[in-house]
Ligand binder design. Structure first.
Ligand code: PGA
Length: 263
Protein backbone atom coordinates (compact mmCIF):
# COMPACT_ATOMS: atom_id res chain seq x y z
CA UNK A 1 0.00 0.00 0.00
CA UNK A 2 1.05 3.56 -0.51
CA UNK A 3 -0.53 6.94 -0.07
CA UNK A 4 -1.94 9.04 -2.86
CA UNK A 5 0.28 11.90 -3.94
CA UNK A 6 -0.59 15.56 -3.89
CA UNK A 7 -2.12 16.14 -7.34
CA UNK A 8 -0.31 18.35 -9.82
CA UNK A 9 -1.87 20.14 -12.78
CA UNK A 10 0.63 21.46 -15.33
CA UNK A 11 -0.27 23.84 -18.16
CA UNK A 12 1.79 23.32 -21.31
CA UNK A 13 1.07 26.40 -23.38
CA UNK A 14 3.30 25.20 -26.24
CA UNK A 15 3.81 28.05 -28.77
CA UNK A 16 0.89 30.16 -27.59
CA UNK A 17 0.50 33.54 -25.88
CA UNK A 18 2.46 36.79 -25.98
CA UNK A 19 3.80 38.31 -22.77
CA UNK A 20 0.65 40.42 -22.46
CA UNK A 21 -1.57 37.33 -22.81
CA UNK A 22 0.54 35.48 -20.27
CA UNK A 23 0.33 38.28 -17.70
CA UNK A 24 -3.42 38.56 -18.18
CA UNK A 25 -3.84 34.80 -17.74
CA UNK A 26 -1.95 34.81 -14.45
CA UNK A 27 -3.79 37.76 -13.03
CA UNK A 28 -7.15 36.11 -13.93
CA UNK A 29 -5.94 32.79 -12.53
CA UNK A 30 -4.91 34.31 -9.23
CA UNK A 31 -8.30 36.01 -8.96
CA UNK A 32 -10.13 32.72 -9.61
CA UNK A 33 -7.97 30.38 -7.58
CA UNK A 34 -6.98 31.57 -4.17
CA UNK A 35 -4.40 29.22 -2.66
CA UNK A 36 -6.38 29.06 0.57
CA UNK A 37 -9.57 28.12 -1.28
CA UNK A 38 -7.80 25.06 -2.63
CA UNK A 39 -6.28 24.52 0.79
CA UNK A 40 -3.00 23.60 -0.89
CA UNK A 41 -4.56 20.39 -2.13
CA UNK A 42 -3.08 20.69 -5.61
CA UNK A 43 0.14 21.99 -7.18
CA UNK A 44 -0.21 24.17 -10.27
CA UNK A 45 2.62 24.57 -12.76
CA UNK A 46 2.51 26.99 -15.68
CA UNK A 47 4.88 26.26 -18.59
CA UNK A 48 4.81 29.24 -20.98
CA UNK A 49 7.11 29.75 -23.96
CA UNK A 50 10.61 31.03 -23.01
CA UNK A 51 9.60 34.59 -24.00
CA UNK A 52 7.02 34.80 -21.20
CA UNK A 53 9.11 33.24 -18.44
CA UNK A 54 10.46 36.53 -17.18
CA UNK A 55 7.12 38.28 -16.96
CA UNK A 56 5.62 35.30 -15.14
CA UNK A 57 8.65 35.08 -12.90
CA UNK A 58 7.96 38.67 -11.84
CA UNK A 59 4.30 37.80 -11.10
CA UNK A 60 5.41 34.74 -9.17
CA UNK A 61 7.73 36.72 -6.94
CA UNK A 62 4.93 39.20 -6.22
CA UNK A 63 2.46 36.49 -5.13
CA UNK A 64 2.44 35.20 -1.57
CA UNK A 65 1.57 32.61 -0.59
CA UNK A 66 2.47 31.09 -3.92
CA UNK A 67 -0.37 29.21 -5.54
CA UNK A 68 1.59 28.10 -8.57
CA UNK A 69 5.07 27.34 -9.87
CA UNK A 70 6.86 28.13 -13.08
CA UNK A 71 8.00 25.53 -15.60
CA UNK A 72 9.83 25.57 -18.93
CA UNK A 73 8.87 23.50 -21.96
CA UNK A 74 12.41 22.28 -22.65
CA UNK A 75 16.06 23.19 -21.95
CA UNK A 76 19.53 22.25 -23.10
CA UNK A 77 21.68 19.75 -21.21
CA UNK A 78 24.98 21.67 -21.47
CA UNK A 79 26.03 24.16 -18.79
CA UNK A 80 26.71 26.92 -21.34
CA UNK A 81 28.48 27.47 -24.64
CA UNK A 82 28.02 27.79 -28.39
CA UNK A 83 24.53 26.28 -28.69
CA UNK A 84 22.60 28.81 -30.73
CA UNK A 85 18.96 29.08 -29.80
CA UNK A 86 19.22 27.02 -26.62
CA UNK A 87 18.55 27.88 -22.99
CA UNK A 88 20.44 26.45 -20.00
CA UNK A 89 19.27 25.19 -16.63
CA UNK A 90 21.04 28.07 -14.93
CA UNK A 91 19.17 30.59 -17.09
CA UNK A 92 15.93 28.93 -16.00
CA UNK A 93 16.70 28.89 -12.28
CA UNK A 94 17.65 32.55 -12.62
CA UNK A 95 13.97 33.09 -13.55
CA UNK A 96 12.61 31.02 -10.61
CA UNK A 97 11.78 28.11 -12.89
CA UNK A 98 11.40 24.96 -10.82
CA UNK A 99 9.99 22.46 -13.37
CA UNK A 100 10.91 21.54 -16.93
CA UNK A 101 9.06 19.35 -19.43
CA UNK A 102 11.48 16.84 -20.93
CA UNK A 103 10.93 14.57 -23.93
CA UNK A 104 7.54 15.86 -25.00
CA UNK A 105 6.48 13.89 -28.08
CA UNK A 106 6.46 17.08 -30.16
CA UNK A 107 10.12 17.63 -29.28
CA UNK A 108 10.89 14.00 -30.00
CA UNK A 109 9.11 14.20 -33.36
CA UNK A 110 10.13 17.66 -34.61
CA UNK A 111 13.40 18.51 -32.83
CA UNK A 112 15.28 15.22 -32.73
CA UNK A 113 14.88 14.70 -28.99
CA UNK A 114 16.04 11.14 -28.29
CA UNK A 115 15.97 8.89 -25.24
CA UNK A 116 19.66 9.77 -24.78
CA UNK A 117 19.15 13.54 -24.83
CA UNK A 118 16.12 13.10 -22.58
CA UNK A 119 18.35 11.27 -20.09
CA UNK A 120 21.03 14.01 -20.23
CA UNK A 121 18.42 16.74 -19.75
CA UNK A 122 16.92 14.97 -16.74
CA UNK A 123 20.36 14.76 -15.11
CA UNK A 124 21.09 18.40 -15.87
CA UNK A 125 17.71 19.52 -14.52
CA UNK A 126 18.14 17.56 -11.29
CA UNK A 127 21.69 18.85 -10.82
CA UNK A 128 20.19 22.35 -10.92
CA UNK A 129 17.28 21.55 -8.60
CA UNK A 130 14.70 21.69 -11.39
CA UNK A 131 12.08 18.92 -11.35
CA UNK A 132 11.80 17.21 -14.74
CA UNK A 133 8.34 16.25 -16.00
CA UNK A 134 9.31 13.37 -18.27
CA UNK A 135 6.91 12.61 -21.12
CA UNK A 136 6.52 9.07 -22.37
CA UNK A 137 3.91 7.48 -24.61
CA UNK A 138 3.26 5.34 -27.64
CA UNK A 139 2.20 6.25 -31.18
CA UNK A 140 -1.05 5.02 -32.69
CA UNK A 141 0.88 2.50 -34.76
CA UNK A 142 2.63 1.13 -31.66
CA UNK A 143 -0.67 0.88 -29.79
CA UNK A 144 -2.41 -0.89 -32.64
CA UNK A 145 0.41 -3.41 -32.97
CA UNK A 146 0.35 -4.19 -29.25
CA UNK A 147 3.66 -2.47 -28.43
CA UNK A 148 2.40 0.10 -25.93
CA UNK A 149 3.91 -1.49 -22.84
CA UNK A 150 7.27 -2.26 -24.49
CA UNK A 151 7.56 1.24 -25.88
CA UNK A 152 6.73 3.01 -22.63
CA UNK A 153 8.86 0.68 -20.51
CA UNK A 154 11.81 1.35 -22.77
CA UNK A 155 11.33 5.13 -22.56
CA UNK A 156 11.03 5.01 -18.75
CA UNK A 157 14.12 2.86 -18.28
CA UNK A 158 16.30 4.90 -20.66
CA UNK A 159 15.11 8.15 -19.07
CA UNK A 160 16.25 6.96 -15.64
CA UNK A 161 19.52 5.34 -16.69
CA UNK A 162 22.43 6.31 -14.44
CA UNK A 163 20.30 8.25 -11.94
CA UNK A 164 21.02 7.74 -8.24
CA UNK A 165 18.19 6.42 -6.03
CA UNK A 166 17.84 9.92 -4.60
CA UNK A 167 17.55 11.45 -8.08
CA UNK A 168 14.97 8.84 -9.09
CA UNK A 169 12.70 10.11 -6.34
CA UNK A 170 12.75 13.64 -7.70
CA UNK A 171 11.28 13.05 -11.13
CA UNK A 172 7.70 13.23 -12.39
CA UNK A 173 6.43 11.18 -15.32
CA UNK A 174 3.60 12.11 -17.68
CA UNK A 175 2.02 9.33 -19.69
CA UNK A 176 1.03 10.99 -22.94
CA UNK A 177 -0.17 8.61 -25.65
CA UNK A 178 0.78 10.47 -28.83
CA UNK A 179 -2.53 9.69 -30.55
CA UNK A 180 -4.40 11.48 -27.73
CA UNK A 181 -2.41 14.73 -27.83
CA UNK A 182 -4.35 17.63 -29.31
CA UNK A 183 -6.73 15.23 -31.08
CA UNK A 184 -9.70 15.32 -28.72
CA UNK A 185 -9.36 11.51 -28.37
CA UNK A 186 -8.71 10.93 -24.70
CA UNK A 187 -7.25 7.62 -23.55
CA UNK A 188 -9.82 5.58 -21.67
CA UNK A 189 -9.41 6.32 -17.96
CA UNK A 190 -8.89 2.68 -16.92
CA UNK A 191 -6.27 2.18 -19.61
CA UNK A 192 -4.42 5.37 -18.66
CA UNK A 193 -4.52 4.17 -15.06
CA UNK A 194 -3.10 0.79 -16.07
CA UNK A 195 -0.15 2.34 -17.95
CA UNK A 196 0.46 4.90 -15.19
CA UNK A 197 0.66 2.04 -12.67
CA UNK A 198 3.16 0.24 -14.88
CA UNK A 199 5.28 3.40 -15.17
CA UNK A 200 5.49 3.59 -11.39
CA UNK A 201 6.51 -0.08 -11.36
CA UNK A 202 9.14 0.32 -14.10
CA UNK A 203 10.51 3.40 -12.36
CA UNK A 204 10.79 1.19 -9.26
CA UNK A 205 9.56 3.98 -7.13
CA UNK A 206 6.15 4.19 -5.62
CA UNK A 207 6.71 7.71 -4.31
CA UNK A 208 6.86 9.55 -7.63
CA UNK A 209 3.96 11.33 -9.26
CA UNK A 210 2.69 10.05 -12.60
CA UNK A 211 0.49 12.42 -14.60
CA UNK A 212 -1.71 11.80 -17.61
CA UNK A 213 -1.70 14.02 -20.70
CA UNK A 214 -3.62 13.98 -23.97
CA UNK A 215 -6.91 15.83 -24.47
CA UNK A 216 -7.57 16.21 -20.75
CA UNK A 217 -10.59 18.53 -20.48
CA UNK A 218 -13.17 19.67 -17.94
CA UNK A 219 -15.59 16.97 -19.14
CA UNK A 220 -13.19 14.04 -18.67
CA UNK A 221 -10.95 15.23 -15.84
CA UNK A 222 -13.05 13.82 -12.99
CA UNK A 223 -13.02 10.30 -14.36
CA UNK A 224 -9.29 10.50 -15.02
CA UNK A 225 -8.48 11.99 -11.61
CA UNK A 226 -10.56 9.31 -9.89
CA UNK A 227 -8.08 6.69 -11.08
CA UNK A 228 -5.69 5.70 -8.30
CA UNK A 229 -2.53 5.89 -10.44
CA UNK A 230 -3.28 9.26 -12.05
CA UNK A 231 -1.74 11.99 -9.90
CA UNK A 232 -2.56 14.92 -12.16
CA UNK A 233 -2.39 16.19 -15.70
CA UNK A 234 -0.12 17.73 -18.30
CA UNK A 235 -2.52 19.84 -20.28
CA UNK A 236 -2.17 21.59 -23.62
CA UNK A 237 -5.34 22.91 -25.26
CA UNK A 238 -7.49 23.10 -22.13
CA UNK A 239 -4.81 25.09 -20.29
CA UNK A 240 -5.03 28.07 -22.61
CA UNK A 241 -8.29 29.43 -21.15
CA UNK A 242 -8.36 30.34 -17.47
CA UNK A 243 -11.88 28.93 -17.01
CA UNK A 244 -11.07 25.46 -18.33
CA UNK A 245 -7.71 25.29 -16.56
CA UNK A 246 -9.37 26.29 -13.28
CA UNK A 247 -11.97 23.53 -13.80
CA UNK A 248 -9.13 21.02 -14.12
CA UNK A 249 -7.32 22.33 -11.07
CA UNK A 250 -10.50 22.22 -8.99
CA UNK A 251 -11.20 18.64 -10.09
CA UNK A 252 -7.65 17.65 -9.15
CA UNK A 253 -8.08 19.27 -5.72
CA UNK A 254 -11.07 17.01 -5.10
CA UNK A 255 -9.06 13.83 -5.60
CA UNK A 256 -9.65 11.66 -2.57
CA UNK A 257 -6.47 11.23 -0.56
CA UNK A 258 -7.00 7.53 -0.02
CA UNK A 259 -4.35 4.90 0.39
CA UNK A 260 -4.03 2.92 -2.80
CA UNK A 261 -2.68 -0.48 -3.71
CA UNK A 262 0.87 -0.36 -5.01
CA UNK A 263 0.14 -2.73 -7.88
P1 PGA B 1 -3.45 18.43 -25.20
O1 PGA B 1 -1.84 18.41 -25.08
O2 PGA B 1 -4.00 18.59 -23.81
O3 PGA B 1 -3.74 19.60 -26.09
O4 PGA B 1 -3.85 17.12 -25.82
C1 PGA B 1 -1.22 17.73 -24.03
C2 PGA B 1 0.28 17.84 -24.15
O5 PGA B 1 0.78 17.90 -25.28
O6 PGA B 1 0.99 17.90 -23.15
Amino acid sequence: MSHAKKPLMAANWKMHKTRLDARQFISDLITCVQPNALDHKVDMVICPPFTSLEILSDSLLQTTPTAWSLGAQTMDYHDQGAYTGEVSAQMLTDLSVSFVIVGHSERRAYYQETDQTVNLKIKQALANRITPIICVGESLEQRESGQTDNCVQNQVQLALEGLTPDQRERVIFAYEPIWAIGTGKVCQAQEANRVNGLIRQWAQNDAIRVLYGGSMKPDNVVELMNQPHIDGGLVGGASLEVSSFVALVEAAAQKPSLARCAS
